[in-house]
Design a protein around this ligand. Sequence first.
Ligand SMILES: O=P(O)(O)OC[C@H]1O[C@H](OP(=O)(O)OP(=O)(O)O)[C@H](O)[C@@H]1O
Ligand SMILES: NC(=O)CC[C@H](N)C(=O)O
Ligand SMILES: [Mg+2]
Length: 505
Amino acid sequence: MCGIVGIVSHQPVNQELYEALTVLQHRGQDAAGIVTYEGGRFYLRKDKGLVRDVFQPEHMQHLRGTMGIGHVRYPTAGCTSSAEAQPFYVNSPYGIALGHNGNLTNAELLKQELFLQDQRHINTDSDSEILLNVFAHELQRLGKLRLDVSDVFDAVAEVHRRCRGAYAVTAMITGFGVLGFRDPYGIRPAVIGHRDSPQGPEYIIASESVALDVLGFKRLRDISPGEAVFIEKNGRLHSRQCAEHALHAPCIFEFVYFARPDSVIDGISVYQSRLRMGEKLAEKILRLRPDHDIDVVIPIPDTSRTAALELANRLGVKYREGFIKNRYIGRTFIMPGQQLRQKSVRRKLNPIDVEFQGKNVLLVDDSIVRGTTSKQIIQMARDAGARKVYFASASPPVRYPYVYGIDMPATSELIAHGRNEEEIQRFLGADWLIYQDLDDLVEAVRRCNPAIERFETSCFSGEYVTGDITPEYLERLSLCRRGPKKDDPPAEAANTDNLDLHNSL
Ligand SMILES: O=P(O)(O)OC[C@H]1O[C@H](OP(=O)(O)OP(=O)(O)O)[C@H](O)[C@@H]1O
Ligand SMILES: NC(=O)CC[C@H](N)C(=O)O
Ligand SMILES: [Mg+2]
């Protein structure tokens, strides 16, 4: 997952973009970037690393202007090199910068079309560079020296026609304004916020509403599936539905794991949806074992805390913080490379023995994907003296690859693929393993906004909402994501291959 933001203000935006990216950091830890605009020029700083490492005071000073966009990256295509950090830039037409959250499922075909028909060169393996070039080509085709807003919306309509998969986007056109749009299924989130200033209205577009909260913007609404919004640099807001057929099906994994609990996505409080996941899971436990012998409920920090708390309340069992998380280590699931993920779990979580000794503990996590966390944690609980170790997952078994912006492309990596629950329980070494049912998960999330009739649930159900995912595509994806490309290139190479707009400093 990645995080995107765009701001049009009457004051310099560099600091606010930086702050927005720090509260979106949980969506991508591999690279970060900001592009601002002033006086006919873009100013760019992007590199591998966390937001706090990428932007030093001297970079911030050079990010001039009152409008800009930013991005934090978790790669799902290409590699982790700084050349694929975002925003991407093209000089023609007009000068456009773009940040993308999601994953295009017809990237190979588009790349060929761009080369053979549109005569555009793509210099990286990133699907986001492809998306930017499709948009740029569609604007260029209009052949206009001066754009108006309807031209921008026409180009987005063509993007919808050509691109498949998931995309939430912020883009900026030199001298003109900031654009935001979502794919016709609204798989990835994007919200728009507003703020008054003495010089007139100011706007923000961001992946999650938490970015609005910290910067003092009021949430106007989510961008609708297929819709585009454009904010001119003087603060005028325009919007248009650009997709012929839009069907809202937001990704349910945002609510399970990705988003921050204090965000509201598509009218649904992530926090409340997680409380309900805990409630539903407790009901299932009570149904299956009314006379259970659980002494204590312990969350696997951080994400499962909210669900575990409500689960314990419903069971009437004590909730205890049995694992302490090292706050200086990031999220392990979105780290690149299984070896790194494996090592990080033990370094990140340390048990408090007294909460385990002689007790039947129920460990709760939001999800079990590769099993990296759960297998080690169960052993840690035993080593800490637990009598029995039960394990509950607030979401169902992850059995199918994900193609819309989460890096789990190979079925062979998924612990639940080809295993039934008993086999998974044995593999993980738990005394009892309880998974949430998919209907209960959907119900838990949907209750806050019943107008949403469908969710993107492919990793649990195998049903891909875009309808274009074939077994051959999945096979190719798994092969190319499993190769050595996935891991970092040598450090020297990583800094020499950036042919993009030159960093301003
Ligand atoms: O089965 P796995 O492959 O281990 O993946 C699932 C785990 O990874 C995530 O935690 P992560 O450490 O990324 O983030 P968190 O601190 O937000 O929980 C998630 O919350 C699960 O704990
Ligand atoms: N997780 C994402 O949203 C990734 C965006 C894009 N596909 C990339 O790899 O950079
Ligand atoms: Mg976790």
